[in-house]
Design a protein around this ligand. Structure first.
Ligand code: NAG
Ligand code: NAG
Ligand code: NAG
Ligand code: NAG
Ligand code: NAG
Ligand code: NAG
Ligand code: NAG
Ligand code: NAG
Length: 676
């Protein structure tokens, strides 16, 4: 007991020490200047082939806003507290329904598919594949929605000029003058082959949207085609995206459009889908995808669930905790532009996730009774592009860990983090803003790390039941969750939203498992394994590590984690039935408690979760960073001729790029061998 208490602060110091020393691998961008100077794009950021750097730094995805960390809370929460949990699920109350490791997925705006997923079915963005493989390794699979506002008026056409997969057309007349008009999209079935080919390589499953812009002329072609092209890889079709905004925000319906009107229109869709014999899968609709202007209960009271429940597999909502619309649409009547610094503290508290789920707890219960999934189908830090400095800071990563686990605890069955274009600050990942560097130089958003944390917290047994421990007298800055698998404690997640100041802020949680309080025997193991999600500060944008690994800094990401994975082993005091876990400020710790969980924390064990031999090919593309750093001179060894014409545009300007070219050519080579 005494020993672990003394050891804890030392370990903590050691941890904080090494965090500060972390360097993001790669030739450039390891250290960015702090302060809010708006960079012209010169300086330490490698701009390589990225021409027109001024334009680039004006895009929200690459903003240089660095915020001040909030002051420490007053009063300070206790920084040394005990968490007592039962070893068996029966000893705990309030456990969630069983959850899966693929809880967090992505929602990708249809208009950015070419930049994010690929130009066509044979030209897939390798960083995207790597990112999906990294997450699927941990959560078993990845669920991705391709849709958004653009799905409503999108049209599947036979072919497009220049053999393109997607073309943007001018917006349909009418609609809102307050907000920008979304261009309409035309696309070919190549898009569906692209999704199918991605699913052949990594365990990715898809949600698509059936257009709802015009229920007098149904356009169901996407479902007809996707059922035949994607088969089991399409999980469902969303019908209607935020119908409660059709009138108010989009002005695509009469001003008095209400839940009953939507009920009626939805019925037309359901009948049309039912009568369409080319749609072979039924009962897999995703709805109603309300944004929050109508409460779920407003709609349920129309008898919606009785009328259409058998057609719907997933009850869905779409909600963001805040909006930054005045910044995007200064004349849109959204009031004064919000200052990111003012909203920053709102993301550094357990209260955010709690408030987000509150309006949905009733519906989560209804979904359970009806045997349906309940998903947060589109979410992120703030709508209308997020808040620069908030949505792309480590604070957002901690926020998303807490929010994800809070949703899991609250019986949501999944949540999709939205990916917008180049001018939003909340993307989990952003391809480069030019078509010259298709497979290199991506930029990762901090919430991407949260998806890894949550996937590992839930694991791959599909039995993970989550409970909010209301730790430290339910303090909002130090939340904790326990995860039970097969009804036994497997992991504990600890979050510290505070920023260390004057040596204060870090905490240590003394975990005790079982014991008299639970009518169980003392159950702490002799040791636990711990992985940390860390950054030097809550406002940090790039130097973020998960178990000491990083995706890399701005314009440095190829979708693979690099660096030495570090899993801490912390000895427990079995006679006292305690394990003392230090949690730096800021930071989050995932404690692997059960033997099974400890075994699965090992990355080698994690990799065996790959579900198909095809996925393993992606694994073999994972090249150790030590190899990377000695890879100069390989650039001539991986010619792309005859494999991908687009690759010819890639500038071979740094060793960093060479391996992506290598990956791409290996991949395409494999791909051709496999499919032709
Ligand atoms: C993959 O893409 C190619 C090229 O478009 C296509 O011919 C093939 O059918 C696709 N494979 C699958 C499994 O969809
Ligand atoms: C719906 O979208 C289609 C395809 O873009 C378009 O042709 C049609 O005019 C739209 N209907 C309405 C009512 O806006
Ligand atoms: C990006 O968004 C900002 C608002 O946050 C806007 O002022 C700017 O014009 C946008 N830039 C582009 C290129 O759309
Ligand atoms: C989640 O569902 C379980 C099982 O029905 C229930 O016991 C629990 O109270 C629910 N959680 C919340 C936060 O409503
Ligand atoms: C890249 O974009 C430029 C300007 O938009 C365009 O002229 C060029 O053809 C594009 N190149 C490729 C390979 O698509
Ligand atoms: C978990 O569920 C998925 C389907 O979502 C299934 O493919 C997988 O085999 C399940 N895993 C286990 C261990 O049952
Ligand atoms: C963390 O990773 C870095 C970069 O790979 C490495 O230099 C460092 O030794 C690692 N830290 C530990 C504690 O292994
Ligand atoms: C796919 O896109 C690449 C890159 O633009 C192009 O070279 C290739 O011809 C396209 N393939 C098909 C089948 O359209």
């Amino acid at each position: 007991m005494l020993r672990s208490l003394v050891a804890a602060p030392l370990l903590l110091l050691a941890l904080v020490g090494y965090v500060r020393a972390v360097t993001v691998y790669g030739p450039a961008g390891a250290q960015k200047p702090s302060g809010t100077a708006s960079s012209s794009g010169s300086g330490p950021i490698s701009t390589g082939t990225l021409e027109n750097t001024q334009w680039i730094s004006s895009l929200n995805a690459y903003n240089d806003v660095n915020l001040q960390a909030p002051a420490l809370p007053n009063p300070m929460p206790s920084t040394s507290f005990t968490i007592g949990v039962a070893n068996g699920a029966a000893g705990m109350s309030g456990l969630s329904i069983p959850q899966k490791g693929n809880f967090y997925g992505f929602s990708i705006e249809m208009s950015v598919v070419e930049q994010v997923l690929g130009v066509n079915a044979s030209f897939i963005q390798v960083p995207f594949l790597n990112l999906l493989a990294t997450l699927a390794d941990r959560g078993g699979s990845v669920r991705i929605r391709v849709g958004g506002n653009t799905q409503e008026a999108a049209a599947l056409v036979d072919n497009l000029p220049n053999n393109a997969m997607i073309a943007k057309d001018k917006p349909i007349a009418g609609g809102s003058s307050r907000t920008a008009q979304t261009p309409t999209l035309q696309y070919t079935d190549e898009l569906l082959y692209l999704l199918s080919n991605i699913s052949s390589l990594v365990n990715a499953k898809w949600y698509l949207g059936i257009p709802f812009n015009d229920t007098t002329h149904l356009r169901l072609q996407i479902a007809e085609a996707a059922d035949s092209i994607l088969g089991d890889n399409v999980l469902g079709y969303q019908v209607g995206n935020e119908p409660d905004l059709y009138a108010s925000t989009h002005e695509r319906r009469p001003a008095d459009y209400d839940p009953q009107d939507y009920f009626d229109e939805f019925g037309i869709m359901v009948n049309g889908i039912h009568d369409d014999k080319k749609i072979t899968r039924t009962g897999n609709l995703v709805a109603p995808s309300l944004q929050g202007t109508w409460s779920p209960e407003d709609l349920w009271s129309t008898g919606y669930l009785d009328a259409y429940g058998s057609s719907i597999n997933i009850l869905a909502m779409e909600h963001y905790p805040d909006q930054n619309c005045a910044a995007e649409f200064p004349d849109g009547g959204f009031g004064p532009i919000k200052n990111p610094q003012d909203v920053f503290p709102n993301y550094l508290t357990h209260a955010s996730g709690q408030n987000l789920v509150k309006p949905y707890l009733n519906t989560a219960g209804i979904a359970q009774q009806l045997g349906k999934e309940f998903m947060m189908f589109e979410t992120n830090t703030a709508s209308c592009g997020g808040f620069p400095g908030v949505s792309d800071s480590f604070a957002s990563a901690l926020w998303a860990v807490d929010y994800g686990l809070q949703m899991a605890y609250s019986n949501f069955t999944g949540a999709l983090l939205h990916v917008g274009g180049q001018n939003v600050s909340y993307n989990p990942f952003t391809p480069p803003p030019t078509n010259l560097s298709l497979f290199e130089k991506w930029t990762i958003g901090p919430i991407m790390y949260s998806t890894l944390f949550v996937a590992e917290a839930l694991g791959t047994t599909n039995t993970s039941r989550v409970v909010d421990l209301f730790a430290n007298s339910a303090n909002e800055f130090t939340p904790a969750y326990a995860i039970y698998e097969h009804d036994t404690l497997s992991r504990i997640a600890l979050i510290n939203f505070m920023q260390e100041q004057g040596g204060a802020g870090a905490y240590s949680a003394t975990i005790s498992v079982g014991g008299e309080a639970f009518g169980e025997s003392n159950s702490v193991p002799s040791q636990v394994k711990v992985k940390y999600l860390l950054a030097p500060s809550v406002s940090e944008k790039e130097q973020i590590t998960w178990a000491n690994q990083t995706f890399g800094g701005r314009f440095q990401v190829d979708g693979r984690l690099s660096g030495q994975e570090v899993i801490q082993t912390i000895k427990c005091d079995q006679s006292a039935n305690t394990c003392v876990i230090p949690v730096p400020a800021p930071g989050a710790a995932l404690v692997f408690v059960s033997n099974e969980a400890q075994a699965s924390s090992d990355p080698k064990a994690t990799q065996t979760y790959s579900t198909t031999s095809v996925t393993n090919v992606i694994q073999t593309l994972t090249i150790e960073p030590s190899v990377l750093s000695h890879s100069n001179g390989h650039s001539g060894n991986f010619p792309l001729s005859g494999t991908s014409k687009g690759g010819a545009n890639a500038a071979l300007c740094s060793h960093h790029i060479d391996y992506s070219l290598a990956s791409l050519s290996i991949f395409i080579g494999f791909f051709f061998a496999f499919f032709r």
